[in-house]
Write a protein that binds this ligand. Structure first.
Ligand SMILES: Cc1cc2nc3c(=O)[nH]c(=O)nc-3n(C[C@H](O)[C@H](O)[C@H](O)COP(=O)(O)OP(=O)(O)OC[C@H]3O[C@@H](n4cnc5c(N)ncnc54)[C@H](O)[C@@H]3O)c2cc1C
Length: 464
């Protein structure tokens, strides 16, 4: 095992397989774990990211160690074929065990702080690396600007700090990008809480998804007692998880092919689940298992319709809040201290936002002392490396331009066919693969990609 800072480009005489991972968020680190565990031949792995820390990316980067993930521990294993790996890790972790109730059996159903999951991923990465005495891993703090085909069928990567490196396999794991993509000079992104809580006044939180709810509750935890407006175009708030884990149930009959009938079918499945003593959450978990086949069978026009009218509703039912957190949100709304308003922010003004309320055409001024931008993140296709790859035709967008066109193992697909050796893992493939922004799906995809790399990588070069 070797881990070191970035060194020189590969020598052409290097016989080892060279793998570059662009982005070191959850997807990049997960990919590294999967490669270290699945690719048997020795290889050199380079991980690029200007973010200095290795902690699992935007999802897990939090100043507050108490902020919790919204998935149960049982859904967060990063070990293939060992769904209880994370729960076991929690049980073996003395300080975590001491901090939670001993009455919780197996830890599988609990929700954990983001920092705990981040520690787990990092430990599994370190262990996977420690087992590979034949493999080296290099961490670079450079952003990658371009990835181009090299003449030996590999790739050349250009670094923001200058210089180039080559690789046989490139894995894009750039997710939501170098910065929150919605950050603009007009609308401020979520900023340091301590500074905000010292200033009383009206706060507007843009968005109504998990990040927005998180922001509202953080403001209250930080002592902010003023009015908060949640501003969201559709106004769907996250639904609650059940108190006990809801296993997936779903009718086995074939699904209809038209969106309208599919919605009816899913509604009925939810009602039936409730009538049979399960829960609508169990039916949505079942739907998620069929989402990929369903999505690929839909014509483009139906996909577009889903995106326009139903995506935020679907998101509010699949990305759920732990029941206690949801109850807190309900209390917050019932008290009137936080209100949910449906509208779109068009422009930041010195004293608030110019808003178009949903269903109207005129613009109204919404006064705000602070604005937090917590709208849903989407794959960053304007990222220099992604934009350049689109420009050169090595990658293509999906038919809705939501992300890059990929297959289930993350291989890039273009109208000319598969781009051999190039992968995109995680949310970048969101337009091709529903739910690929969630941990269980990213874990499965990373292992699928690693298995393909193991199976397809050309034989080791002979040193010249
Ligand atoms: C707040 C939050 C909470 C979440 N909670 C859950 C949960 O409870 N359960 C669940 O299943 N999922 C959850 N998710 C979703 C899931 O974990 C994320 O979709 C996933 O973490 C995406 O990770 P990523 O590495 O692909 O992207 P990112 O986290 O965006 O990381 C991308 C990385 O790539 C780097 N990068 C970008 N461009 C370049 C470049 N050109 N060169 C080099 N580096 C580059 C960036 O600096 C960044 O570090 C959550 C997501 C968020 C944002």
């Amino acid at each position: 095992m070797t881990v070191h800072g970035f060194s020189s480009p590969r020598s052409r005489a290097d016989p080892l397989l060279q793998i570059a991972v662009v982005g070191r968020g959850f997807s990049g680190l997960m990919m590294a774990i999967a490669l270290l565990k699945s690719v048997r031949r020795p290889f050199r792995l380079r991980l690029f990211d200007p973010q200095p820390i290795v902690n699992g990316g935007q999802a897990l980067a939090t100043l507050r160690s108490t902020e919790i993930l919204n998935s149960r521990a049982r859904d967060l294993s990063v070990s293939l074929g060992e769904p209880k790996d994370f729960s076991r890790w929690l049980q073996a972790n003395a300080s975590f065990r001491a901090a939670v109730s001993a009455a919780i059996p197996g830890f599988g159903q609990i929700f954990v702080p983001k920092s705990t999951f981040s520690d787990y991923i990092y430990q599994r990465f370190s262990e996977a690396l420690a087992h590979r005495t034949d493999t080296s891993v290099q961490m670079s703090s450079d952003a990658i600007l371009t990835v181009r085909r090299a003449d030996d069928a590999g790739f050349t990567l250009r670094m923001a700090g200058g210089g180039e490196v080559t690789a046989d396999i490139v894995i894009l794991a750039t997710g939501y990008g170098l910065k929150p993509p919605l950050e603009t000079t007009e609308i401020r992104p979520a900023a340091s809480l301590d500074e905000e809580t010292r200033t009383p006044g009206h706060i507007v939180v843009m968005g109504s998804g998990l990040r927005a709810v998180d922001q509202v509750l953080q403001l209250r935890d930080g002592g902010f007692s003023g009015p908060i407006t949640l501003l969201s175009r559709r106004g769907f708030l996250p639904q609650p998880h059940t108190r006990m884990p809801a296993d997936a149930v779903f009718p086995t009959q074939p699904m209809p092919s038209q969106l309208r009938e599919i919605v009816r079918f899913v509604r009925k499945a939810c009602e039936q689940a409730e009538e049979n003593g399960w829960s609508w959450q169990a039916a949505i978990n079942g739907l998620r298992k069929r989402a990929r086949t369903l999505w690929s069978s839909l014509p483009a026009a139906e996909k577009r319709r889903f995106n326009r009218h139903l995506r935020s509703l679907y998101d509010s039912h699949r990305n759920r809040l732990p029941a206690d957190v949801h109850a807190r949100l309900e209390r917050e709304l019932a008290s009137g201290a936080t209100v949910l308003k449906r509208g779109t922010a068009v422009k930041r003004t010195p004293t608030g936002l110019l808003v178009r309320w949903t269903g109207t055409t005129e613009l109204t001024h919404l006064a705000a002392d602070k604005v937090f931008d917590c709208r849903c993140l989407s794959p960053d296709l304007k990222n220099p490396v992604v934009a350049d790859l689109l420009h050169t035709g090595l990658v293509a967008t999906d038919e809705l331009d939501l992300g890059l066109a990929v297959n289930s193992a993350g291989e890039l697909v273009t109208p000319a066919g598969r781009t051999a050796g190039l992968f995109a893992i995680g949310p970048l493939g969101l337009g091709s693969l529903p739910d690929i922004d969630l941990v269980p799906e990213i874990v499965a995809q990373a292992y699928d990609a690693a298995a393909l790399i193991e199976a397809r990588a050309r034989p080791q070069r002979q040193a010249s």
